[in-house]
Design a protein around this ligand. Structure first.
Ligand code: ADP
Length: 488
């Protein structure tokens, strides 16, 4: 009975196995063997390596090129399965590592030097402020590029098309980064016009974009003066204009784009109040005031160009300011110890001189650093004007140079009224020990940015822009994406 069952099972299994075997891929009988335990073994199936060419020697890849190591040394790369030597690889020594690291830093260093040569700003500012901020802006907006649906949930944001961007000469490369990075992150293409006195770093950036293989046409740079800018503004193929510059030109652009489909953002002038209360940490406040007005020779739209000092500490503040002024080093922008570099152009120097002259004519007192100015080039000593009243031109107009207009106030309310007494509204500073006073002031000041117990602090994640005649639209942060997107 038992044997019978065994033979009938075998009868069923045998044809089944035959069928299954027939269904197997045909493998030459030689290479398919049923080995002990009933498992299949495989014949060697080597990937062909005959078409892989390995050079006998490999150099270092530095700054986009293969170069022999300065160490002169190479080591063998061995196939671990055969112990065969595949090739020789360059052994980078300390000098080679240094060369490679420099090649990475070179662009930043080169751009910083170029920026100081072209624009006149001190190297320690272009090196430690402009360039790191440029990189931070590109890095920050690159992060948004594939997350726009999170930036504007449920709104299916679309790019606008061609963004025409016009930038000034005070932060040439940084302004280019502020404009280009969000535009590209939102999928637009760009036609950028740098300022006529500072085109070099934007053009160098173009070469870097080329090296990075940005597709042709995505970023275009047209150089020239106001006429070139106007041609860009008026071009019918442009979908958006982003402008940073003077209020005067901003108004012309607003008029030119009115009634067209073009989107517009304007970042214009400023006449910021830096307000120092009697309870402020005075020495810290003096540093903030110095930084607020003399940073970048005062060629800063958000410069703290009006100092409002509470009357009770006026004498102390002026004395400290006077002392500090004498310590500022004015001179060669490429000297790492220079605090204040050259005025950007003859034209700008004339404007500064004219306004200061007018301030003195109107009754203000001029105090200047006793520094010696270089014989050649455009220079203006760090200065401040006391006895300024609200009606003086130096209290109302943007000097855009290293000149501070000093006024006093008695109460917080008076400080607010004086600070807001300007057609501009870009920035302000508040110096006080009292947090509640900071909140009170921040809520009353009509300024896009208010710094408290600090000044000129920037971050790519933080929006920047103005009220009133300082313009509209924001650059930086999530807000900075909106002008480059067309929400659903
Ligand atoms: P600033 O007075 O500080 O030099 P501008 O507003 O004149 O500032 O210049 C800022 C940028 O605007 C520069 O790139 C400049 O060439 C450009 N520009 C000047 N005039 C015009 C214009 N009419 N239309 C468009 N762009 C202009």
């Amino acid at each position: 009975m038992k044997n019978n069952r065994k033979s009938s099972v075998a009868k069923v299994i045998r044809p089944a196995v035959r069928q299954a075997t027939a269904a197997l891929p045909v493998v030459p009988a030689k290479s398919r063997r049923l080995v002990f335990g009933g498992k299949w073994d495989y014949a060697p199936a080597p990937e062909s390596s005959s078409h892989i060419a390995i050079l006998p020697r490999h150099d270092l890849f530095i700054d986009g090129r293969f170069v022999a190591p300065r160490s002169g040394k190479y080591f063998a790369s061995v196939n671990p399965a055969t112990e065969q030597k595949l090739t020789e690889i360059a052994q980078a020594g300390a000098a080679d590592v240094d060369r490679a690291v420099r090649a990475v830093q070179e662009k930043s260093r080169e751009l910083a030097i170029l920026e100081s040569m072209d624009g006149g700003k001190p190297i320690k500012e272009s090196r430690d402020f402009d360039l790191p901020m440029v990189a931070a802006h590109f890095f920050y907006y690159a992060g948004w590029a594939d997350k726009l649906n999170y930036a504007l949930p449920n709104r299916r944001p679309q790019s606008l098309g061609v963004a025409g961007q016009i930038i000034p000469w005070n932060f040439p490369l940084l302004m280019a980064a502020w404009k280009i990075a969000p535009a590209l992150a939102c999928g637009n293409t760009v036609v950028l016009k740098p300022a006529e006195t500072t085109s070099l770093t934007a053009l160098r950036l173009a070469q870097i974009l080329q090296e990075a293989e940005l597709p042709p046409g995505v970023v275009n740079i047209v150089t020239g003066a106001g006429e070139t800018g106007a041609a860009l503004v008026n071009h019918p193929g442009v979908d958006k204009i982003a402008f940073t510059g003077s209020t005067e030109v901003g108004k012309q652009i607003a008029a030119a784009t009115a009634g067209t489909r073009k989107r517009l953002t304007l970042e214009l002038g400023g006449k910021a109040a830096n307000i120092v209360f009697e309870d402020a940490p005075i020495d810290q406040a003096i540093e903030g005031v110095i930084n607020g007005i003399y940073f970048n020779q005062g060629h800063v739209c958000c410069a703290g160009s009006r100092l409002l000092v509470q009357e009770s500490i006026y004498g102390t503040v002026i004395r400290k300011l006077r002392d500090r002024l004498q310590t500022l080093r004015v001179g060669d922008p490429l000297d790492k110890n220079t605090d204040i570099g050259a005025i950007n152009s003859r034209n700008q120097l004339d404007k500064i001189r004219e306004l200061v002259h007018c301030g003195v004519e109107e009754g203000a007192t001029l105090e200047q650093s006793a520094c010696r100015l270089p014989a050649k080039g455009y220079w203006y000593p760090p200065s401040f004007l006391t006895g300024v009243t609200l009606s003086h031109r130096v209290a109302q107009e943007e000097i855009f140079g290293p000149v501070l207009s000093v006024m006093t106030f008695r109460t917080p309310q008076e400080a607010v009224e004086r600070a807001n007494n300007t057609p501009y509204g870009l920035s302000a500073g508040v110096w006080t020990d009292k947090g509640s006073k900071i909140f009170h002031m921040v809520n009353q000041l009509k300024a896009g940015v208010v710094w408290a117990n600090t000044y000129n602090k920037f971050d790519p994640t933080s929006p920047f822009g103005g009220y009133k005649e300082s313009g509209f639209g924001r650059e930086g942060g999530l807000h900075g994406l909106l002008p480059y997107l067309q929400p659903d």
